[in-house]
Design a protein around this ligand. Structure first.
Ligand SMILES: Cc1cc2nc3c(=O)[nH]c(=O)nc-3n(C[C@H](O)[C@H](O)[C@H](O)COP(=O)(O)OP(=O)(O)OC[C@H]3O[C@@H](n4cnc5c(N)ncnc54)[C@H](O)[C@@H]3O)c2cc1C
Length: 430
């Protein structure tokens, strides 16, 4: 019977190093508002240090230049990196490149790995994942972007948006319908499309709640793209024809859990601010720490964060021990629950800081805007709840006679029959 919550001492030492490194070397850089190119240059020595510690691209197997840590160790690591939006960049596992490298590792040909995966892992190329369309989001079976065979290649036409980092990417992984008459989940395929291919028109980075003043070509932008007669060679397809949904599932499974792991780090940072504030802010005769409402916020946040952490690490453990498919329910559970915990903890910390929390003098308002998006990307809350409910309900069936199985009068009658001899004995006066 193994039920072990401990971390190996060697890995704990690595985690300790990461905590210090992220707090001392990366948090200060956040305040400098560096441009993307400046970030790349500023991070080079940090990335070198991470490589020397054997922590680079930890999400991938060793033969691909990664560390092969498995999801539980990654979870513990991402929890630390998640405390800063910049930290994953220093460790070679920033979204969306990390998820895209998993697709390439899984489905890429030897040539695709050589040309795209290895430079992506080395940090020399950047990528984007282009699936969502203005008219097809939560339900990707509604995708309209088409890839049509033409001679010895493919021609793509379509309209996508929210392709994160596309305006700074070197290549896109595009999901397009290749066989509109096939069954819903076999209609689409994925393609590698270099961003400088004629016909790839990146119209803008859509300003969002997270980046209201988004300018074109910044790290973290979400691009709107028109694919107009984009001609690519036959070998640009990833995996086989019709495998787009399979690959999307393979990418989004671990990708979702990595987001959940990072959210633990964001929540923790907001929680630390909440606790610190409660100890020094004085109002109406006491510090906030002495107000029951604030005590409730602290206790509720601590409990919810602990639950989210255990659920995340448990889902990671199921992936490690039984595979992504077996962890579907666990991943969906933590995707919507983790997003809510993230939001609620930040919201309480922001509230406790009053106008200071609302201002950009603290990172809370930015965290709050970031947290709102977590309820959409990689599937909205409602879709994950629906998926959990469906899977849970598979373990139940409706009573044939329409009487609930816990109906007390019915159970009493059955018990009276089953234990008739016993009842007679215990109720007789002899
Ligand atoms: C910050 C951010 C980054 C993103 N990055 C990428 C990216 O890199 N690449 C990419 O391809 N996409 C990306 N997306 C898009 C993301 O995947 C979509 O937002 C998501 O799939 C939902 O699609 P939609 O926004 O079109 O919402 P819609 O499909 O329009 O859904 C809207 C709402 O309808 C409701 N709804 C939908 N289905 C159900 C249901 N079954 N039951 C009940 N209610 C339901 C939900 O409330 C849902 O929020 C990103 C989004 C965000 C916010």
């Amino acid at each position: 019977m193994a039920w072990d919550f401990s971390t190996e001492p060697e890995f704990e030492a690595q985690l300790e190093w990461m905590r210090e490194f992220v707090r001392e070397e990366i948090w200060p850089l956040e305040t400098l508002r560096l441009e993307y190119d400046q970030i790349r240059r500023a991070f080079e020595p940090l990335q070198q240090e991470v490589k020397e510690r054997g922590l680079w691209a930890a999400h991938l197997d060793p033969e691909l230049g990664g560390q092969g840590f498995g999801q539980v160790k990654l979870g513990l690591m991402h929890e630390i990196l998640g405390s800063s939006l910049l930290a994953p960049f220093a460790f070679g596992n920033q979204a969306p490149d990390s998820g895209n490298s998993e697709i390439l590792a899984l489905a890429g040909s030897a040539e695709q790995k050589e040309r795209y995966l290895h430079p992506l892992l080395a940090g020399d190329l950047h990528s984007a994942f282009s699936m969502t369309e203005p008219n097809a989001g939560a339900d990707p079976t509604l995708l309209q972007t088409r890839a049509v065979r033409d001679g010895d290649g493919w021609v793509i036409n379509g309209h996508k948006w929210f392709s994160s980092n596309a305006s700074i990417a070197d290549f896109l992984i595009v999901m397009a319908v290749t066989d509109p008459d096939a069954r819903a989940h076999q209609r689409a395929s994925m393609f590698i499309v270099p961003t400088d291919t004629p016909g790839v028109n990146i119209l803008r980075d859509v300003p969002t709640m997270e980046h209201p003043d988004q300018e074109f070509g910044k790290f973290g932008g979400h691009a709107e793209i028109l694919y107009e007669d984009v001609r690519i060679p036959a070998e640009a397809i990833l995996g086989g024809e019709g495998t787009g949904f399979l690959l999307a599932q393979a990418r989004l499974g671990p990708g979702r859990i990595h987001h959940c792991m990072r959210w633990l780090g964001v929540s923790r940072r907001a929680f630390d601010m909440l606790c610190e504030r409660s100890l020094y802010r004085y109002a109406f005769g006491s510090t906030l720490a002495e107000k029951q409402t604030v005590q409730n916020w602290i206790a509720d946040s601590a409990a919810e964060m602990q639950a989210a952490r255990l659920m995340t690490l448990h889902a990671a453990w199921v992936i490690d021990t039984q595979g992504v498919r077996a962890a579907r329910t666990e991943i969906s559970l933590i995707k919507f629950y983790g997003a809510k915990v993230l939001h609620d903890v930040i919201d309480r910390a922001l509230q406790a800081h009053g106008s200071l929390g609302y201002s950009t003098d603290l990172p809370l308002e930015q965290m709050y805007r970031f947290a709102r998006g977590a309820r959409f990307y990689d599937g909205p809350d409602e879709v994950h709840r629906q998926s959990v409910a469906r899977q849970v309900l598979r373990g139940y069936e409706a009573p044939a006679d329409g009487v609930p199985s816990e109906h007390v009068p019915t159970r009493r009658r059955a018990a009276q029959e089953k234990f008739a001899h016993l009842l007679e004995a215990v109720t007789s006066n002899d």
